[in-house]
Design a protein around this ligand. Structure first.
Ligand SMILES: [Zn+2]
Ligand SMILES: [Zn+2]
Length: 369
C-alpha cells in the first residue's frame, strides 16, 4: 500500500509499504479521507515527541472496513466507519478512576498512519472508538471525529451559559472548533488571530468579535487590572477591532469592563499561555488547550491567581464518552464543520498541504487516497 512517511521535519515521502493484516480483534480500514492537524503540522515544522521519525503519521480519518480479524464483533467488510486513533486500556489506575484520557497506555497504543491507503485499528480501538458513518456525513466531515472529540473534552471542563463572554485565542482548526461549540451554547465569542483570512472564516462561523493581532495568534491588549493593585505597567495593545480601522481592541467594551468569563488558549505558544490570564475576569477560567514544546515553562503573577481566583485548567485528549458526544454533534450535521477544510490533495501531494499550512495558508486540508 502507499503511505506517507515523515522522514524528518520538513520532508515527507510517499512509499510503498506492506499492507498490514488484521490479527485477533483488529480491523483494516481503507481510508477514504484524512485531515491534516495541528499536531502533524508541529511534527512537520520541528518534530514531535509523539510522532517518531521516520514513520507513518496522520490520525484523523474515516473510511471503509476492508478486512476484519478473528473475533471482531459488530463490523464487517464494506461498513463505512469513522474512528479515533486511541482508546484507553481500562485497566490502569487512571482508567479505574475513570480518567480515561489520562490512561497510562493511551499514547503508547495510539495508531498513526492516516495519510495512507489503509490503516490498521487495534482491538482496544475497535471495541471502544469505532462508529458507523451515517450517510448524511461525507467522509471528510466524518474525519473530524478526533479533533472534535478533543474540543468536546475541553468544553466539558467549563459550564458556559447563554450570554457568557468567551475569548478564543487562535483561529486555527482547534480555535475554530471551539468557536463552533461555544456558539452552540449561545455565548458571546471573540476570537483572535494574525491572519485576516482566518478571521474572515471565524466571522462566517458566527464569531461576534474578531480581533486581529500583529503577532501569530496572540492578543496583547492592556491586561485587566488585578485586584491587588492596578497594573501600572504599560503593555502595548496589539489587537485591532475588525471594521473599526486601526485602533485598540477594548476588552472592557466587549465584557462590560470585567474581562472574559472564559478564555481558551488554542495556540500552544508560551507567551500566549502567560498572557491568557490578563483577559479573564475575577473568578474566571483559562483553558490551556494548545500544547507547548516539552520542557517549556511559563510564569504567572501569584497575586492575580490568588486574589482574583482565576482557574487555570489544562486539557488533553478525550475519553470514549467525549467521542460519543462528538459523534452525536457531527451526525446532527449542522455545526458547519466543512467550512474548516481549505482544500484537498491526493496522497502524493501531502507535502504541498503541509508547506501551505507552515506558511499559515489554510485551516485543514483533506487528503484523499
Ligand atoms: Zn488531531
Ligand atoms: Zn488505562
Amino acid at each position: 500500500m502507499l503511505a506517507n512517511i515523515i522522514i524528518k521535519p520538513g520532508t515527507i515521502e510517499l512509499r510503498d509499504i506492506k499492507t498490514p493484516k488484521p490479527s485477533h480483534g483488529e480491523i483494516l480500514v481503507k481510508i477514504k479521507a484524512s485531515l491534516t492537524c495541528g499536531t502533524d503540522l508541529k511534527a512537520f515544522r520541528r518534530g514531535h515527541p509523539m510522532i517518531p521519525m521516520p514513520g507513518v503519521f496522520g490520525h484523523e480519518f474515516s473510511g471503509v472496513v476492508a478486512e476484519v480479524g478473528k473475533g471482531v464483533k459488530g463490523f464487517k467488510e464494506g461498513d463505512e466507519i469513522m474512528a479515533v486513533h486511541t482508546a484507553p486500556c481500562l485497566k490502569c489506575i487512571y482508567c479505574k478512576k475513570r480518567l480515561y484520557n489520562l490512561c497510562d497506555k493511551i499514547m503508547d497504543t495510539k495508531v498513526l498512519g492516516a495519510f495512507a491507503e489503509y490503516i490498521l485499528l487495534t482491538e482496544y480501538i475497535v471495541k471502544q472508538n469505532v462508529l458507523y458513518k451515517p450517510k448524511n456525513l461525507s467522509f471528510e466531515e466524518a474525519a473530524f471525529l478526533e479533533p472534535l472529540s478533543c474540543v468536546v473534552h475541553s468544553m466539558k471542563s467549563v459550564d458556559i451559559k447563554r450570554g457568557d463572554n468567551v475569548l478564543v485565542i487562535g483561529a486555527g482548526p482547534i480555535g475554530l472548533l471551539h468557536l463552533l461549540l461555544v456558539k452552540e451554547k449561545e455565548a458571546v465569542v471573540a476570537i483572535s488571530n494574525k491572519h485576516k483570512k482566518k478571521l474572515k472564516i471565524a466571522k462566517e462561523l458566527g464569531a461576534d468579535f474578531v480581533l486581529r493581532t500583529d503577532i501569530e495568534c496572540s492578543p496583547s491588549p492592556k491586561p485587566l487590572p488585578s485586584r491587588e493593585g492596578n497594573n501600572k505597567k504599560k503593555v502595548p495593545s496589539l489587537l485591532v477591532g475588525e471594521g473599526k480601522g486601526e485602533g485598540f481592541f477594548n476588552i472592557k467594551k466587549i465584557t462590560n469592563s470585567i474581562g472574559f468569563d472564559y478564555v481558551f488558549e488554542c495556540t500552544g505558544r508560551p507567551e500566549v499561555w502567560q498572557a491568557s490570564v490578563n483577559y479573564v475576569r475575577r473568578g474566571g477560567t483559562v483553558i490551556l488547550f494548545g500544547g507547548c514544546k516539552s520542557g517549556t515553562k511559563v510564569t504567572y503573577d501569584t497575586g492575580k491567581l490568588h486574589y482574583d481566583e482565576i482557574t487555570l485548567k489544562g486539557v488533553f485528549h478525550f475519553t470514549p464518552s467525549d467521542v460519543k458526544k462528538a459523534y452525536k454533534l457531527l451526525c446532527k450535521g449542522r455545526i458547519g464543520i466543512s467550512r474548516l477544510i481549505s482544500g484537498s490533495y491526493p496522497l502524493n501531494q501531502l507535502q504541498k498541504a503541509f508547506d501551505k499550512l507552515a506558511r499559515g495558508v489554510g485551516i485543514k486540508y483533506a487528503i484523499i487516497p
